[in-house]
Structures are given as C-alpha cells and as structure tokens.
Ligand binder design. Structure first.
Ligand code: NDP
Ligand code: 13P
Length: 320
C-alpha cells in the first residue's frame, strides 16, 4: 500500500497513476475541506483540475489513516519539507519515505536528502525526481523519471513498487547528483523563460541551457556527485523539459520577468528560493555560477533584463 503526503499537483498525479489499476493508495491533504471536496468531486479541482481520481484512491485529512506499511511519498514543496516532516515525525519514523520535491532549502543549503537525514534519522530515504509534468502523469502519458536511493535493495523494491505501465522509473544510488539536477534545472528554466519573454530568441535559450548545465555539473561534482547522473533523466532530461515548455511554472515565471508582467505569487515556483540558496552556496564554495547569480538579481529586482544580458555577455571569453 502506498501513501502520498501532500495533495498538490504532483502528489495527486502520483496517487492517480499508482491507483490506476485498482491498487489501493491513500492521499493525505493537510486541509480537511480540501480533502472533503476531493472525495465528493473525485477530482482535485484546486491543484489538478480535470483529472479523475480512481475508485481505489482514498483521500484523507487524517495523517494516521495513511497505510501502516509500504512507501510514503512526500510531495510538498522543498521549503515546506522540514516543517512537514518535523510535524509528522511520529507517523514517518521508521518508514520508507520518498521525497518528491525539487529544490534546495534556503535556510540550510540542504537538499531533500539532507533535510530528511536531520528530521527523520530513523527512516529510509529515497528521492523521486526527473522530467514529468503532473498533468502528463495523471493522464497516463508515457513518462520516465529517476528513483535515487543509496541502499541498493531498497532502490530496487521502490523502483518496482512505484513504476507503472506508463511511468517508468530508472534507479540510481547517486542521490546528491539527482537532487542537484532537479533543483538547478528550475533555476535555469527561470533564466530561459526570462530570455524568451524578453524576445532574445531560441539561440539564446540554447546557450543558457548549455551553460546552465555546466553550472549544474560544477555544483554537483563539487558535492561528490557523478557526472553521468547529470547527463540522465534527473539532470539533462528535466532541464530539457522545463526549459522548453510553458507548462513549467518556473519557465512561466521567467517568461513573466522577461515580459515585465506580473505573476501569481500563489503558484509554486521552486527555482526562486533555490536560486538564492545555490547562490549562497556557490559563494561559500567559490564556484562560478553566473546564470544563477543573474537569476537571483532579476528575482530580487536589483537588475533589469538589459543589465542581465550585459552581465552574462561581458564576461571574459574562455574555453568551453
Ligand atoms: N507539478 C509538477 O508537474 C511536478 C512537481 N514536482 C515537485 O513536487 C513538489 C510539489 O509540487 P506541486 O505538487 O506541483 O505543488 P503544488 O503547489 O501543486 O502543491 C503543493 C502542495 O503541498 C501542500 N503543502 C504545502 N506545505 C505543506 C505542509 N507543511 N504540510 C502538508 N502539505 C503541505 C499544499 O497544501 P495546500 O493545498 O493546503 O496549500 C499543496 O497541496 C515540488 O517540489 C515540485 O518541484 C516534481 C515533478 C513534477
Ligand atoms: O519539475 C517539473 C517537471 O519535471 C515541473 O516543473 P515546474 O515546477 O516548473 O512546473
């Protein structure tokens, strides 16, 4: 039995996918009214409208109603992971927990695995990341993602338990590489959106994606990750998806910056806090991450698009 904590777009999509063939899945929402509305309408109208909840998917606002065995998927935004796992540590202790968030915690510079190590030291931790829009997963469209877990046997078991006919999971032991790829691609997607929104063109976007990939690798390798993880689904794969689709909230946020338009602040944009966290880390580790720095300055309103362009184009010419 699988439990999903967090009834946002991604948690709901995963719960739908896993219960599609009649397997029992429980989805927990923190808000009782939200849970009741989902039960009544068999739809998460607030976060994933238009996707029907299968009959074998139960929705609850009672955290103790989650299955007592089987994996628990944690599908809350990165900046909420610590608060959620701390609040519900008694329920999560000793369980197999799979973080489904992408980002770096602003207050500590830690990724999901670092936060789980601190808040749930007695649980077994894994990470589900990679290219997959909630809407596509909920519709049963073909998707491939990464399951990162340091423990080989647990990784195999989770890979089998969480793969479906249309959602294919590849496993890796390189948690550091998987989480840095998933976090940084959102920052680069903001930069790409900004470039496209400002009319800089697709060649500029390709340059940002490629030089952004170099920043992802620089941070990941400095943190002991494997280069091939960055070339996989959690890195290159998700970078490609997120930097080229208006379905991405990070890319859409970037588009609004480039166009000088407003953006709904209620929408989850993981790359904003992550850019700040990574910018701090890069400074501490003396890593050159110019695109990340420019994204932070744009988000903070310290520079405009023309200054952003100057900052990136006036850097000394160098080898690739
Ligand atoms: N959407 C997508 O296509 C994908 C998203 N992801 C990742 O999944 C993570 C979640 O994103 P997504 O589901 O899209 O975001 P949403 O904004 O759709 O939903 C976030 C959900 O988290 C809940 N939540 C927030 N804080 C807490 C808390 N402290 N305790 C319990 N629940 C909480 C919210 O509850 P409430 O509704 O009550 O506010 C909301 O339901 C992100 O890290 C994202 O990068 C990964 C792959 C694809
Ligand atoms: O991570 C995602 C797809 O893999 C979703 O991206 P956004 O959070 O930018 O919508």
């Amino acid at each position: 039995m699988t439990g999903v904590i967090g009834a946002g777009a991604f948690g709901t999509a995963l719960a739908i996918s896993l219960s599609q063939d009649g397997d029992p899945v429980t989805l927990w929402a923190r808000n009782a009214d939200h849970a009741a509305a989902m039960r009544a309408g068999r739809e998460n109208a607030a976060r994933l409208p238009g996707a029907r909840l299968p009959d074998s998917l139960s929705v609850t606002a009672d955290i103790t109603a989650l299955p007592a065995t089987g994996p628990l998927l944690l599908a809350v935004p990165m900046q909420q992971l610590r608060a959620m796992t701390t609040q519900h540590a008694a329920v999560l202790a000793g369980r197999r927990v799979v973080a489904c968030c992408k980002g770096i915690e602003l207050s500590t510079g830690l990724g999901p695995s670092g936060v789980l190590a601190q808040t749930l030291p007695d649980s077994t931790h894994a990470l589900l990341t990679g290219p997959g829009f909630a809407r596509d997963i909920a519709r049963g469209l073909p998707t491939a993602m990464s399951l990162a877990c340091a423990d080989h046997d647990v990784a195999r078991a989770l890979q089998t338990a969480l793969s479906t006919a249309n959602l294919r999971l590849y496993r890796t032991p390189d948690t550091a590489g998987a989480e840095i790829g998933g976090a940084l691609k959102n920052v680069i997607a903001i930069a790409c959106g900004a470039a496209m929104g400002a009319g800089l063109g697709e060649s500029a976007r390709a340059a940002l994606m490629t030089r952004g990939y170099a920043e992802m690798q620089r941070l990941a390798l400095a943190r002991g990750a494997r280069a091939e993880t960055l070339a996989g689904l959690s890195g290159f794969g998700d970078l490609t998806l997120t930097c080229t689709s208006e379905q991405s909230r990070n890319y859409a946020f970037g588009l609004s910056i480039g166009r000088g338009a407003t953006f709904d602040t209620r929408i989850t944009v993981e790359g904003a806090a992550t850019a700040r966290a990574v910018d701090d880390t890069a400074r501490d580790m003396a890593l050159d991450m110019p695109i990340t720095g420019v994204v932070v300055a744009l988000i903070d309103g310290r520079i405009d698009m023309s200054r952003a362009l100057d900052m990136l184009l006036s850097r000394p010419l160098k080898e690739e």
